[in-house]
Write a protein that binds this ligand. Sequence first.
Ligand SMILES: Cc1cc2nc3c(=O)[nH]c(=O)nc-3n(C[C@H](O)[C@H](O)[C@H](O)COP(=O)(O)OP(=O)(O)OC[C@H]3O[C@@H](n4cnc5c(N)ncnc54)[C@H](O)[C@@H]3O)c2cc1C
Length: 421
Amino acid sequence: MKYDVVVVGAGPVGSTAARHAALNGAKVLLLEEHASIGSPVGCTGLLSTRAVAECELKPSDDFVFNSVRGAFVHAPDGQCLPIDGKQTKAYVVSRKNFDRALAVMAVEEGVELSLRTRAVGLEKTNPETSKEGKKREEQKSSQIKLRVLRNGKPETICTSAIIGADGVKSQIASYAGLGKPARVLPGIQIEAPYASDNSDFVELFPGSFAPGFFAWTVPVDEKISRIGLALEPGLAWKDRQEESSPLSYLKKFLHSNPHVKAKYSGGMLDFVIGGIPIGPQEKAVSDGVLLVGDAAGQTKPTSGGGIYPGAFAAKIAGKVAAKAALEGDTSAKQLSEYDQLWRKSLGKELEIGLKIHDYIGKLDDRQFNDLIGSLNTPSILNTITEYGDMDHPSILMKKLMFSRNSLRLMKAFGTFLRTLF
Ligand SMILES: Cc1cc2nc3c(=O)[nH]c(=O)nc-3n(C[C@H](O)[C@H](O)[C@H](O)COP(=O)(O)OP(=O)(O)OC[C@H]3O[C@@H](n4cnc5c(N)ncnc54)[C@H](O)[C@@H]3O)c2cc1C
């Protein structure tokens, strides 16, 4: 079988890329190594309203468990910063059902979906190296032979372009010589009985419970929350001892944080581990190959959220790959249009997010107490309500920098805020 575009990985980003390649006229195959879509889950499933809209899905009971409108940020010393967005800002979803809805939409556009099909290698046949090189000289399309194991049996699939949407451990990135995301935060989470103060709010816990990132509780309803954390390995995991593993940090968070301990009833209903890539790949294209989503490191370094930026980039990747395949030129030069377009829209935000991530990650508990205390004024809270945006934290940072409405904030963090822009 010969396809214009093969998408490897039927996560939310792969399904979106496949659908957009099909919408642009390509014959598309979507591969998933697992026997079912959306499983296993490696996610909290907190999606901004914008992320759901970017996936072109209407929020529905089919995948939405809960809606949230704000966050309680808990400082290490126990003070709490209440951030109220005043309206629904995000949904708590079933990732399984969400991923399935996106896969269905792809299939409805004519995408062929193949489960239990793992990509295990690829060979590119460039015009220069092709036996019939001369004949194909004008046709700059790399023909790719993708080696797969379908139901355990080896097969070869021919395609003009491959979209690697195979997640943080992307093999397609390695096969294409693009390398893997350089920085990956280990994340761990349970779903468990937890008596929320208010299930319209998530809870965030920066500080030494989760060095380099933060811990969270995300309410599925009033009685159950997803409780987890991610860590910066360089800060938390230096000696790789048992007592500094993500699991040990989670246990400590559950049993030693006074706020969480009082609300967590013990046990778990679900357990999730996964890696969060921090910082985008330097290059997301090579001859015949485009990377998208976690495979390209397109997650927000401030929150670890990857659905919004991944879906945004997936639509561009699908369109560019389809156009290139149909025009017979899938050279890296032609595909670099994708790299330029997604970076033009998301690059600056991810760059600023990375600076915020690195700065925040180095604060100690005392500095977090000071930062959270300095934000806890009516005027700053109003600014946060008005300009806080999960997907574009730079908007709020700019407002805070120019508002000058807290001398304490500017004294402690003004120098850093100025380095962002
Ligand atoms: C603990 C944790 C919590 C998170 N919470 C959130 C959150 O609340 N909100 C948010 O927006 N993001 C969150 N993220 C990030 C989010 O999960 C990812 O950004 C998102 O899943 C990326 O989607 P993707 O389609 O690029 O990759 P994935 O969802 O990882 O999908 C990749 C797919 O490729 C398949 N695959 C891999 N290799 C192959 C192969 N060789 N052949 C065939 N198929 C293959 C996999 O089976 C998988 O189905 C979280 C991440 C972690 C670890």
